[in-house]
Design a protein around this ligand. Structure first.
Ligand code: SF4
Length: 323
């Protein structure tokens, strides 16, 4: 393990990407980056992270911000429950921990939206604590290295992975966890891993067996489900009618009002598609003069200042396409 770790960390020092959250030990900034990275690739997160840290540079500024402002700055990242959780987490750190971010991984884990992986990542990256952090990249790397044939989503597979990750992170945890993640992101790819340039191929069970792609055994992906969503475009002069979003997905955002049925014999004025988890949604927008009272919680917004209103990306794209 010692030699494996050294080879890995040495490689990371030369090949690791220059990502902004790698230059900080601030647990709040690291939590922000980890929550953003939960569903979004590093290349996309980089710009959002910089903007976010400019607007909400510390836990106090985020805790004090109104929800509308928080949601507006999350626009474009999607999966808005993450922004609401981050906001609540900041308020908990301020209210219960007097603004001092907890170091104990068990306490970090009690924050909204923080699971075992995120707690381990924050504890190791910010405080250099010997905490494992197994995300999909690390799970893939370790399953291949140690030839763990149990499916990674089962209790037995997960137990083996976490225990191996704990051994790896028992020394130099900050760099070891970062290096494992980076190896999964750059070299030990899901398909066509680049074993020829891998710094730890001499320790790898999958490479030795000549079957790097055989593992990990992951959960089968659910089939893509196609959905259609019908919405109304109601405009009066320079204003449009929007309705408040509901549920965990779009609460706190404003969207085009939903139509139960599309108008008969009318083609949509605009259609676009967007993905959400394993769904592919076709959003169709129809020009329709709805009364304000027909839209629950409906409000009129000036088109000229709509950029200040938090909206889900597909609906903002629809607005841009309609005006
Ligand atoms: Fe992954 Fe290949 Fe490196 Fe093994 S040798 S860790 S399979 S890239």
């Amino acid at each position: 393990m010692g030699r494996f770790r050294s080879a890995l960390v040495r490689w990371f020092a030369g090949a690791g990407r220059n990502l902004p959250w790698r230059h900080t030990r601030d647990p709040y900034a690291i939590l922000v980056s980890e929550i953003m990275l939960q569903q979004t690739q590093a290349a996309t997160v980089t710009a959002f992270f910089r903007d976010w840290m400019t607007r909400f540079p510390d836990v106090h500024s985020l805790a004090a911000a109104p929800e509308r402002e928080v949601m507006r700055h999350w626009q474009g990242l999607g999966y808005y429950a993450r922004a609401r959780n981050l906001h609540r987490a900041a308020r908990i750190v301020v209210d219960r921990h007097h603004g001092v971010f907890p170091q104990d991984p068990e306490q970090i884990r009690t924050l909204p939206g923080v699971g075992r992986y995120t707690a381990g990542a924050v504890a190791s990256f910010a405080f250099d604590l010997p905490e494992p952090a197994v995300d999909t990249n690390i799970a893939r790397v370790l399953a291949r290295i140690a030839w763990i044939e149990e499916p990674v989503f089962t209790a037995a597979g997960s137990k083996k992975l976490w225990s191996l990750a704990a051994r790896a992170a028992s020394k130099n945890p900050r760099k070891t966890n970062s290096a494992l993640m980076e190896l999964g992101a750059l070299v030990c790819l899901p398909r066509s891993p680049r074993c020829g340039e891998c710094p730890v191929r001499g320790y790898c069970g999958a490479f030795e067996r000549g079957a790097p792609e055989a593992l990990p055994i992951a959960k089968p992906r659910p089939k893509t489900v196609h959905l259609v969503e019908h919405c109304a475009w109601t405009q009066r002069g320079g204003r449009i009618l929007l309705s408040p979003g509901h549920g965990t997905r779009w609460r706190g955002l404003w969207r085009l009002p939903r139509l139960e049925c599309p108008p008969e014999n009318t083609a949509p004025a605009l259609a676009l598609t967007y993905p959400i988890t394993h769904h592919r949604v076709r959003l169709e927008v129809f020009r329709k003069r709805l009364k304000t009272s027909a839209v629950e919680g409906g409000c009129w917004f000036d088109l000229a200042t709509l950029h200040t209103v938090p909206m889900p990306s597909p609906h903002r794209r629809a607005v841009v396409g309609m005006v």
